[in-house]
Design a protein around this ligand. Structure first.
Ligand code: FE2
Ligand code: FE2
Length: 258
């Protein structure tokens, strides 16, 4: 059983919002998502959907889009994006899911969800470069939400953090001290599209890996978080073996000298 992530499906089965105005890559994007998802994800797997799920502005308008997501393999963990105007309180959304018989949706908001051996945490985030008073207020609230989510995580499980907005701009982020405080090593974010998405590669900051997973940045295919985690632990093992070799060499040098 593996964990995957995909951001920004921007579905619009009920409203007129053709996404190919954002570029040829978005032509028939729902079909691409369906094919790639079902070729990649199994029914026992879990996928985090990192925001901008539907263009609908109410649960009724988002119903067909959610039904489409429900038809895809695996469990789905939903995070809110800036375009998810259909998003309601946890209780209202859960009731809507229950009424429709959708038992594969879980809401990641102000909490943490344990799945596939990881503690999944996150929040929508905000534009970190905006300096206005209102923007700063929203950022502070998002920082509180992240802290709340991380503090709800299982203490002994690896914490993976998901944002909708990019959490960093020019190597700076108000979220970084919180991520470091909780020992987070892997983060994912969406929101960027088109050339912005193509120009933003994965990067590492203060020992934390950040990966962009908006649909067009990952060719409309869920990215395997479990594989990223394996790569991370393999890299750490290599570093500790290297350190071990260094200290052994140094010790044998002093033993020879004495
Ligand atoms: Fe967005
Ligand atoms: Fe988006």
């Amino acid at each position: 059983m593996a964990l995957y992530v995909l951001g920004d499906p921007h579905l619009s089965f009920s409203v007129d919002k053709p996404m190919d105005i954002f570029g040829a890559r978005w032509k028939n994007h729902a079909e691409k998502i369906k094919k790639n998802w079902n070729d990649t994800v199994g029914n026992e797997d879990t996928v985090v959907l990192a925001g901008d799920l539907s263009w609908g502005i109410s649960l009724e308008e988002a119903k067909e889009d959610l039904a489409f997501l429900h038809s895809l393999a695996g469990k789905k963990i939903l995070l809110r994006g800036n375009h998810d105007y259909w998003w309601e309180t946890h209780a209202k959304m859960q009731r809507f899911f229950d009424e429709n018989g959708w038992d594969d949706f879980y809401i990641l908001h102000n909490t943490s969800i344990f799945a596939e051996g990881f503690s999944l945490c996150g929040t929508r985030g905000w534009n970190v470069s905006e300096g206005g008073e209102q923007d700063q207020k929203i950022l502070r609230r998002e920082m509180q939400r992240l802290e709340h989510s991380l503090s709800a995580a299982k203490a002994d499980a690896e914490k993976i953090v998901f944002f909708h907005f990019p959490p960093m701009e020019n190597d700076a982020s108000p979220f970084l001290p919180i991520l470091k405080k909780y020992g987070v090593r892997l983060c994912y974010y969406g929101h960027l599209h088109g050339t912005k998405a193509l120009n933003t590669a994965s990067f590492e900051q203060d020992g934390i890996q950040f990966h962009l997973i908006s649909c067009d940045a990952v060719s409309f295919t869920p990215r395997c978080v479990s594989d990223d985690f394996q790569g991370l632990t393999a890299k750490n093992k290599q570093i500790s073996q290297k350190n071990h070799r260094f200290w052994r060499k140094l010790l044998s040098y002093f033993i020879r000298k004495s």
